[in-house]
Every structure is written in structure tokens, then in C-alpha cells.
Design a protein around this ligand. Structure first.
Ligand SMILES: Nc1ncnc2c1ncn2[C@@H]1O[C@H](COP(=O)(O)OP(=O)(O)OP(=O)(O)O)[C@@H](O)[C@H]1O
Length: 457
């Protein structure tokens, strides 16, 4: 057997459920069967299985409601929908195109087990492939770029096209922490220039008086401190790539000099009298709105049009949520290696919070959150309590407002709902009863009364 997996079977047909439980159990898997939607939801709240086999026709709930609890988790929990219910074609196509599968019932229990095994194997292969890609990237001294969203696929296609081309200038725009430098490196390392230097400079971090000599170099004696000849970045990177980060903060005098370098592909060192010719690709980046900077005259339009021939826009993380969990898992692997930890994944509730948070600091912020959690707190799984408080409270704020809960036609067990809400509030508030009570808009006495009633105290 390839792998031992946790499998949850949700099916009202007890005979089928038990037979499947036995068959998959005999193949070495840990299998749980439950016959109602409520039971399934409760189990999912405690732990996310590696695979769920789900019938949509359940006695108490619409099966889609159970599906939604894990439907977004991709390879973290693929779902095999096995049902006798007629599904619209688009729903079947979505299921077949996703990480899970679809099987029309009635079907022999052996067929169900085969589909389950195949789905597990496929998701294992996909995870392994993603991991190998990361390792390959790291081996070539270029950090792997995680790109599961459609938006990032488009960015990577563009990166490859630019890398393969002769384009001498590329412009990357995106908020801070979206991966601009990573993309600049990818352009370099995927191009024919990969064996030549990649030189990066942050134009905002170098005082404008020094930037010229950093970029162009200086001759001996060009100014008081110029004791020796110094080559600048453009010369040092000859044949390779220069990355000009925060170009929007470049001083106007330097902008004019840069424009000349771009147009003539040659320059003079500070204090020099002869032209130096170089062959460099210049990748520039900024998080500023350069159109606005042109309007307020802090950025030269001629330079803007010269550097912006090939623009690449990196969307903020909140606009490519499909990347959040794969990135979080990538950083967990990275920091597991770095700090010799064994964190295996992220709890379902913590995943939800990561997915809902707005990430103003983008991927850098996500990376820091995971690093902190792994160094300081978490053991086997990353839990809500390992996340910074502001993430958790923002997620609560965002979810406030009109309830979108719809009473299913078959009704619900209100006590069960109440118990579950109490449990979730306590988890979110990391066991702090005052805060948990606030989350449920209850006074502390009313909250404690309910805790007693439901056996939490
Ligand atoms: N798609 C990605 N996959 C993996 N890691 C990423 C990805 N995007 C960004 N990172 C990581 O996030 C961090 C921030 O990325 P980077 O420095 O490239 O952002 P930036 O946009 O250049 O930021 P700034 O504008 O502040 O200079 C880095 O550690 C980088 O390796």
C-alpha cells in the first residue's frame, strides 16, 4: 500500500458505509463512517480527513452543505461524491476537474474503493510534484514560486516569455511583499543570462547622493572619498540582470541619468571621461502608482514609457486566494526544515482564518506569520491559537453582519448548533471565555451557563 490515509465516509446507507469502511480499512486506511450530515460536520470540525467519500442525499442535511466544509481545500482533502442524485452537468464537470471525483450510484463497493484509492494517489502525486518543484527551484539557487491561482499562472507564463526574449527592460508592479524580487530573479534564472550575475539594489534605501556611483561606479579621485576606481552595478552585472527595486523613489536627477543608460546602453563612471558599454537586462519594480507620480511630476514620463514596455503586474494576495494555503504549506515545509520541526498541516479553522484575512503585507506577512507560529508555538498542526490575534479578530469582524445561515427544510437540532457555536467561539478566542462570550454577543454569565449546560465546564 502506498499510503495510510484518514478517510471519512458520509453515507446514509449503513450497509454500504460499513462494507466500504471494512474494505478500505483492510487496505490499511483509517476509516470512519457516519450516516448523517450533522455527524459529518462535527467530525470535520475536529479534524480534516485526507479524503471524504460523500453521498449528497443525507437524512438531515443537504450533502452540498457538508461538501462546502472541505470543498475549497484542494489536495488537502479531495472529495469523492458518490450519489444517486441527478446532478447538473456543470456540477459534474466541476467535480471531475477538481482534485476529487464523481461516481454515480448505485455502484459496487469495490468500484467506490478503487475511485477512492485513485483519488488519494493522484492528490499524493500532485503534492509530491509541487514539493519537487520547490526543491528544484531551491537547488538552482532560485526560490520556488508558488503559483496555484489563475492570476499567478498568467504571471509565470509572462515571466517565461520575457525570460526567453531579448527584452532589455521589464517593469514589475505590485504592492509590497507580493513577490516582485522573486519574479525578477525568476526572469533572470530562467533566461540565457542565468550564468551571469543578478545584481539587485533598492533605490529607496541608498541615499540619492550615493546611488549614481553605486549604479555607474566612479573613477579614482572622482570625489573626496573615491580612493580607488570602483565599478558600478551595471558594469558588475554585464551579461546579466540588474534589478532596480523601488524605482518610484529614485531622485529626478538620477532618473535622467538612468534614461540615458537605457537609451544608449553606455555610460560614464562618475568622474570618468570615456564611455563604458554594457549588456544588461534591467528589471525595475515599484509599489507606487507611477502614473500618479508622473502627474505630480516626481517621475519622468520618458523614463516611465522607456521602462514600462513590458509590464508585469503582481496582484495582492487577497486577490488570489487560491495561493494562500499552498503558500502557507510551502512555508511550513521550509521552516520545518530550518527549525527541525514536524508540523504536518493546518487545522480547518486556521485554514479558514488564513483564507479570510486581507493580508495587507501580502506574502511577506504570511511568511512571517507561519515562521512565528512554527518557532514559537505549534506542534503537530498549526491551530487558530498559533495565529496572531489580529488575524483572528479581523476574520471575526468580517464575518459579522446579516446571518447567511439557511435553515434546511428538514430542520436542525438547535442544541447541536448551539454547542458547535460555543466550541468554535472558544477555539477562536483561544479559550478566553470573556472574548468567546463577546463573539456570541452574550454576557459572561449567560455564556458560562451555556458552557455548563453543554458540558464544557
Ligand atoms: N509566489 C511565491 N512563492 C513563494 N514565496 C514567495 C512568493 N511570492 C513572494 N514570496 C516570498 O515572500 C517574500 C516577499 O517577496 P519579495 O521580497 O519578492 O516581495 P516584493 O514585492 O519584492 O517586496 P517589496 O516591495 O517590499 O520589496 C520573500 O520571502 C519571497 O521569497
Amino acid at each position: 500500500m502506498e499510503q495510510r490515509a484518514n478517510i471519512l465516509i458520509v453515507d446514509a446507507d449503513q450497509a454500504l458505509g460499513v462494507a466500504l469502511e471494512q474494505l478500505l480499512g483492510s487496505q490499511g486506511h483509517l476509516v470512519q463512517w457516519c450516516g448523517t450530515g450533522q455527524d459529518a460536520l462535527q467530525r470535520l470540525a475536529n479534524c480534516t480527513p485526507d479524503l471524504m467519500i460523500l453521498d449528497l442525499q443525507l437524512p438531515d442535511l443537504d450533502g452540498w452543505h457538508v461538501y462546502e466544509q472541505v470543498g475549497d481545500l484542494g489536495d488537502a482533502c479531495p472529495v469523492v461524491v458518490a450519489t444517486g442524485r441527478d446532478l447538473p452537468e456543470h456540477a459534474v464537470t466541476t467535480l471531475l476537474n477538481g482534485p476529487g471525483d464523481y461516481l454515480r450510484k448505485p455502484a459496487p463497493v469495490e468500484d467506490l474503493a478503487t475511485v477512492a484509492q485513485r483519488t488519494l494517489e493522484n492528490s499524493r502525486l500532485r503534492k509530491e510534484l509541487a514539493c519537487l518543484r520547490c526543491q528544484k527551484g531551491e537547488r538552482f539557487n532560485q526560490s520556488a514560486i508558488i503559483a496555484c491561482s489563475r492570476e499567478m499562472h498568467q504571471v509565470l507564463e509572462m515571466v517565461q516569455k520575457v525570460a526567453d526574449s531579448d527584452a532589455s527592460t521589464v517593469f514589475i508592479h505590485g504592492e509590497s511583499g507580493t513577490g516582485k524580487e522573486l519574479v525578477a530573479r525568476a526572469i533572470h534564472y530562467q533566461s540565457a543570462r542565468a550564468d551571469q550575475p543578478f545584481m539587485a539594489i533598492n533605490c529607496a534605501a541608498v541615499p540619492s547622493t550615493l546611488l549614481e556611483s553605486e549604479l555607474l561606479g566612479h573613477e579614482k579621485g572622482a570625489f573626496t572619498d573615491a580612493k580607488n576606481l570602483k565599478k558600478g552595478l551595471f558594469e558588475l552585472a554585464d551579461g546579466g540582470t540588474v534589478f532596480l527595486d523601488e524605482i518610484g523613489d529614485m531622485d529626478p536627477a538620477m532618473q535622467a541619468k538612468l534614461l540615458r543608460v537605457l537609451e544608449e546602453r553606455s555610460f560614464r563612471r562618475v568622474g570618468g571621461t570615456r564611455d563604458v558599454c554594457v549588456d544588461v537586462r534591467i528589471v525595475s519594480a515599484t509599489n507606487r502608482d507611477l502614473r500618479k507620480a508622473m502627474e505630480d511630476k516626481s517621475f519622468r514620463p520618458d523614463l516611465y514609457y522607456r521602462i514600462g514596455v513590458i509590464p508585469i503586474h503582481l496582484p495582492p494576495l487577497r486577490e488570489r486566494r487560491d495561493d494562500i494555503l499552498p503558500l502557507a504549506e510551502f512555508f511550513i515545509r521550509q521552516f520545518n526544515r530550518e527549525f527541525s520541526k514536524q508540523v504536518q498541516g493546518i487545522s480547518r479553522m486556521a485554514q479558514k482564518i488564513l483564507l479570510e484575512y486581507a493580508w495587507p503585507g501580502n506574502i511577506r506577512e504570511l511568511r512571517n506569520v507561519i515562521e512565528r507560529a512554527i518557532i514559537l508555538e505549534c506542534e503537530d498542526q498549526l491551530l487558530v491559537e498559533n495565529l496572531p490575534r489580529e488575524l483572528v479578530s479581523q476574520s471575526v469582524e468580517d464575518n459579522r453582519g446579516p446571518l447567511n445561515f439557511q435553515l434546511p427544510p428538514e430542520g436542525v437540532d438547535i442544541e447541536e448548533v448551539e454547542r458547535e457555536l460555543l466550541r468554535q467561539a472558544l477555539e477562536m478566542a483561544r479559550g478566553n471565555q470573556t472574548q468567546a462570550a463577546k463573539l456570541l454577543h452574550l454576557g459572561i454569565d449567560a455564556f458560562r451557563y451555556r458552557m455548563k449546560k453543554f458540558g464544557f465546564l
